[in-house]
Design a protein around this ligand. Structure first.
Ligand code: FAD
Length: 423
């Protein structure tokens, strides 16, 4: 039995640990804080293969630059973060074209093709979590903003999606009376699902513990030790943890961990916000995607959560009160009475995003036993089970059963082994 050490206990690290442990591998997860307390909590919980389009796309860079002047816009580039983000943004801009978008879309759609089945398998294997199969209702104030998503759906025919029937505002309000009169058009995708993400994290964690995996909270990895091309251990403040293989799954911090290991991983933290209302007075029938505002309203068993927005402001998890107010105003244009309830919780989470908008999954060139699984951007919940399968296949020496080339770490690598922290 070989031993894998996983750096980062978000949904990606935990699901990878779960798949490896199920195959009889010894697994240790090292998590700086509490498992799942990063981006993997407080998010909208959508399981949406329909959102396979990468974030960089035609026209996106220009929109991002314009947003610097508008801190109340759904996608916001904070000018103060420019010194840290400039290099990453240059690379991002190179991917804002049709060719890169099409290739990225196809790769993401392949990766998420088995997503629903994998979530069912998790549940069947005794992972207890809240999952709903109520579809996803898209709602737009401006019909023109719908075209992009409708075109994307046409590309997903091979995966069982169809060009949707466009509904008018009144049809939509019949489906969801909580929508305001300003909503003019939209459509419904019956096959999409959602989970309550905190229950998913807790469920995977509990199952991992019953399977005998070690998950160590409050354990920050600060360096590595290696012999030539082989990592022998990772360093934590009190000790060194040995392993046969090492997996970086540190979310938005993966670039920092990669630097410790001596290679460059261009990872940007893209902040999102959420407001969660407990015992809500208004209960939505199903999740809603508020298209123009780039927000999601997710109804869970006990709460309603409005979440979304993309903010480029570096590794900075602070809640910006002004942006949160703007987000609430934006949600209020679509939803009636969503804020009334028994109390609320506000959060910010840092999504890990690469300049091409695709995850990074695979072996690190130059090392015999170092792997990466991160960079899932806006789709980490959706893609966690599929990523974990692929990683477990790779690490156990099998074939991942799909083409992982588009996600290879090698695509970013300017390998700089001389910078490695050797202790
Ligand atoms: C507002 C919002 C809404 C979203 N909605 C959706 C959605 O509807 N559907 C969807 O699919 N996705 C959604 N996402 C995206 C999804 O939440 C993320 O892609 C996913 O959670 C990323 O998981 P992760 O495990 O990579 O990162 P994280 O959950 O951030 O986990 C990384 C972990 O690594 C740990 N770590 C970092 N450095 C070290 C170190 N040196 N040593 C030890 N541990 C370390 C961190 O403490 C952290 O816990 C949303 C995100 C946000 C912010």
């Amino acid at each position: 039995m070989s031993r894998t050490v996983i750096i980062g206990g978000g949904i990606i690290g935990l699901c990878c640990a779960y798949e490896l442990r199920r195959r009889g591998e010894e697994v240790v997860v090292l998590e700086r804080g509490q498992p799942g307390a990063g981006a993997s909590s407080g998010n909208a919980g959508l399981i949406v293969p329909s959102f396979s389009g990468p974030v960089p796309g035609p026209g996106v860079m220009a929109a991002l630059l314009r947003s610097m002047l508008r801190p109340d816009s759904p996608v916001y580039l904070n000018p103060r973060a420019l010194p840290q983000t400039a290099g990453w943004l240059r690379s991002f801009r190179r991917h804002c074209n049709v060719l890169a978008y099409d290739a990225g879309f196809a790769a993401m759609a392949r990766l998420s093709a088995q997503t629903m089945t994998l979530f069912d398998t998790l549940a069947a294997d005794g992972v207890a979590f809240e999952m709903h199969a109520d579809g996803l209702l898209f709602a737009y104030v401006d019909e023109a903003n719908m075209a992009h998503m409708v075109d994307d759906l046409a590309r997903l025919q091979a995966y069982g999606y169809r060009r949707p029937t466009i509904l008018t505002g009144s049809d939509l309000r019949d489906l969801e009376p909580g929508l305001s009169d300003r909503v003019r058009a939209g459509f419904f995708l019956p096959q999409e699902r959602h989970v309550q993400p905190e229950t998913l994290v807790a469920g995977v964690l509990a199952r991992l513990r019953t399977l005998g995996a070690q998950v160590r909270a409050g354990t920050v990895v600060t360096g590595i030790q290696r012999r030539a091309h082989v990592i022998t251990s990772v360093v934590i403040p009190s000790a060194a943890i040995e392993g046969d293989r090492f997996l970086i799954a540190a979310g938005a911090w993966s670039g920092v961990v990669a630097r410790m290991c001596g290679f460059r991983l261009p990872m940007q933290a893209v902040k999102g916000y959420s407001v969660t209302v407990s015992t809500p007075v208004r209960r939505f029938r199903r999740p809603l995607y508020l298209g123009d505002a780039k927000l999601i309203a997710s109804p869970f068993q006990q709460t309603t959560r409005v979440a979304g927005w993309l903010e480029f402001s570096g590794i900075n998890p602070a809640v910006d009160a002004g942006r949160l107010r703007a987000m609430r105003r934006a949600a209020g244009a679509y939803l009636r009475g969503w804020e009334s309830g028994g109390g609320e919780r506000q959060r910010a989470g840092l999504r890990p995003m690469t300049p091409d908008g695709l995850p990074v999954i695979g072996p690190v060139p130059g090392y015999d036993n170092l792997f990466v699984a991160t960079g899932h951007g806006v789709l980490g919940i959706t893609l966690a089970p599929a990523t974990a399968r692929a990683v477990a296949d790779l690490l156990s020496g099998g074939s991942p059963g799909m083409d992982l080339q588009p996600f290879a770490p090698a695509r970013f690598l300017k390998f700089q082994r001389t910078r490695c922290t050797i202790r």
